[in-house]
Design a protein around this ligand. Structure first.
Ligand code: NAP
Length: 314
């Protein structure tokens, strides 16, 4: 699958883009936006001075500041890229400085709770269009970002009722320019879909790695030595950012608990199949799941390479 960005735009889509939270996702947006000339200027905001210094050193933002008010003043696109638990405080702090007609968006992995946290603080005339790029890695921070992160990945927009159509179209254009396939759905549906495709898988990975770490009969060195037996692939997911994932589970409680209930029922039936020697049930399930993986590969959402093919174009 080629991972190439298109040529830069002749005229930018936005005059001033403020990116709040300059980690993996924020710095990837900045890299892509600069490379493609999607914004006249890109402003990086972060609460960590060390992150701001990296933003300057990497040359992926025109300005870098810890001051939210300075950053969003005159911005026509503001994207929240901080952990979801920080959204309300950030929105409250910047709300008074937002320009009329500005679009406020985000990249949070949950959407219902985000709308509840952000919308009440936004002044009239500011357009709120939440978004979630379904793309990422287990790494964090500004050095982990790369311009092609969103290429050939889905970006889901969840405009609230009454959202401004032009603002939605413009944000769609922004994500499409970065190579994303854009889909629009309700926040509630998003949270249910992502609970099973992303949140529960992360919980399972955190749990299995935790269980292995706590085993008394198997030593830590054996767990590491024989990890290629499947465990290793879970450890990649379980290395994901603890703050981000704590906030995801606290903010998508209902959907995650609903999907976990189903997961537990299915796990119990697998347990029963093993106990009673029901090889047919096991074989049938494993055949069905293999077909799902092949479907993901054929849709270009994964490669068949054993290292997951996670090459990147800097
Ligand atoms: P990250 O690499 O940890 O970056 C987040 C940055 O925001 C960090 O530099 C953090 O500083 C900073 N920050 C935290 N609170 C702040 C505040 N109140 N004001 C200003 N800066 C603040 O995280 P990320 O992976 O880019 O994730 C960011 C968002 O993207 C999350 O909402 C997540 O749900 C979403 N997302 C992530 C992925 C993924 O795979 N990682 C995929 C899709 C969407 P500190 O380090 O000092 O806290």
């Amino acid at each position: 699958m080629p991972e190439r960005l298109g040529p830069p735009r002749r005229t930018p889509l936005f005059q001033r883009l403020a990116i709040i939270g300059f980690g993996l996702i924020g710095s990837s947006i900045a890299r892509a936006a600069k490379r493609l000339s999607l914004a006249g200027s890109v402003v990086a905001v972060d609460c960590e001075e060390a992150v701001l210094q990296r933003a300057r050193a990497l040359g992926v933002a025109d300005e870098a500041t810890a001051d939210l008010v300075v950053a969003v003043r005159g911005a026509d696109l503001v994207i929240l890229c901080v952990p979801v638990g920080a959204y309300a405080a950030v929105t409250q702090a910047m709300a008074g400085a937002l320009a009329p007609g500005a679009i406020v968006s985000d990249v949070g992995s949950v959407k219902g709770a985000v709308i509840a946290q952000v919308q009440p603080y936004l002044p009239q005339g500011v357009h709120f269009v939440p978004a979630h790029p379904v793309a990422g890695t287990e790494h964090s921070g500004p050095d982990a970002g790369f311009a092609t992160l969103f290429h050939n990945r889905w970006c889901i927009l969840t405009p609230p009722d009454g959202a401004d159509g032009q603002a939605v179209d413009k944000l769609r254009e922004f994500w499409a320019a970065m190579g994303s396939n854009v889909e629009i759905m309700s926040a509630q549906h998003h949270d249910l879909v992502l609970a099973i495709t992303s949140h529960v898988p992360h919980l399972i990975a955190y749990n299995i790695v935790g269980t292995a770490a706590d085993l008394e009969e198997v030593t830590q060195s054996e767990v590491i030595k024989f990890s290629a037996g499947g465990f290793r692939d879970f450890t990649r997911i379980a290395a994901s950012d603890p703050t981000m994932w704590r906030d995801v589970f606290l903010n998508n409680k209902e959907a995650v608990l609903e999907m976990l209930g189903r997961f537990n029922e299915d796990l119990a039936s697998l347990q029963r199949a093993i106990r009673w020697g029901d090889g047919e049930a096991l074989f049938n399930l494993f055949t069905r799941t293999r077909a799902i993986r092949r479907g993901i590969i054929s849709l270009g959402q994964e490669t068949p390479e054993p290292d997951f093919g996670r090459r990147r174009e800097e």
